[in-house]
Design a protein around this ligand. Sequence first.
Ligand code: FAD
Length: 317
Amino acid sequence: MSMATSGISQVLVLLDRVNESLTGAQAELLTIAERLGDVSVVSGASAEAAAGPLSIKGVREVYVGEGEILPPDVALVDLLETAVKESGASVILGTDTPDAVDALARLAVRLDAGLITSATGLDTDGTVTKSVLAGERTTVSRAAEGPLIATVKPNIVEALLEGGAAPEVTALPVKPAPGFEVLETAELPKSGRPPLAEARVVVAAGRGVDGDLTLVEELADELGAAIGASRAATDAGWVHHSAQVGQTGVTVSPQLYISVGISGAIQQKAGMQTADVIVAINKDEDAPVFEIADYGVVGDLNDVLPQMVEELRARKG
Ligand SMILES: Cc1cc2nc3c(=O)[nH]c(=O)nc-3n(C[C@H](O)[C@H](O)[C@H](O)COP(=O)(O)OP(=O)(O)OC[C@H]3O[C@@H](n4cnc5c(N)ncnc54)[C@H](O)[C@@H]3O)c2cc1C
């Protein structure tokens, strides 16, 4: 990603939820923001929850509401709007998650501004790069009027944050909106694998695995990868729907995407074509996935994957 290192803008970063430690995508977003200008953060988390993980060099101020204001609470948009006024921000950034896109789109309407989603590059001159047309083209755009509002894809920079003093936390006079109540928040069982949308390595399974994920899981675990899937694999019930990569699933842009037994239909490509390196394993040498693969292995996945796992283990000693 091309970006100069000096900045003069006031940059407001939306981190709607903040856990004990920042996610990889949040840390990357703050790294990008720091290169663009003076950073403040607005969060729906409580003041206590937000201060700890945001004790980062370069984060000047953290704005919160009166109590937790978490998606889908529309008061998050009031909080954002108030924080924009308080901070004087001319650049407003969020992670490329549905919740952040939803809140920032509503903010853009209020501010009569535009919203650029899924950015893959941001420059100090205010230009934003993104991939369009199922990864066939890239566009460079900028805000013609009003502030620049954008959501940024994960895995486009290395997160480089230094710990710092606790930021000043300002509670803005915004209350959670009535209208819904969160009755329960349940933590899903942890797979031990990174979240798909922000994983640096993804191993994706298609119909070719024929219902048996063992080899794909073994390879993923050797690489510390997330598991993705084609729609054929999720529709068959072999992999949970949340792992579907593609036009109607998750869009991923990892450093490495290993496609296993996936033909490479246009709808699948739409979700993974911006990966830095694509490795395809398919027994059909004419499979369309080879058109976009950087490295292709023509072969039966049942022969290829065990060799890959063995080689990785040997290299690890
Ligand atoms: C509106 C719409 C939205 C869609 N959205 C999505 C989406 O978001 N994501 C998505 O993925 N699809 C989506 N699809 C479906 C898409 O068109 C394809 O049908 C789907 O991607 C095919 O999945 P697949 O490649 O796993 O299966 P197939 O196309 O059946 O391909 C299986 C591949 O596995 C190979 N293979 C078989 N056995 C082996 C083996 N032993 N070793 C190695 N290779 C083997 C075969 O050669 C073949 O290339 C959408 C379709 C529509 C119409």
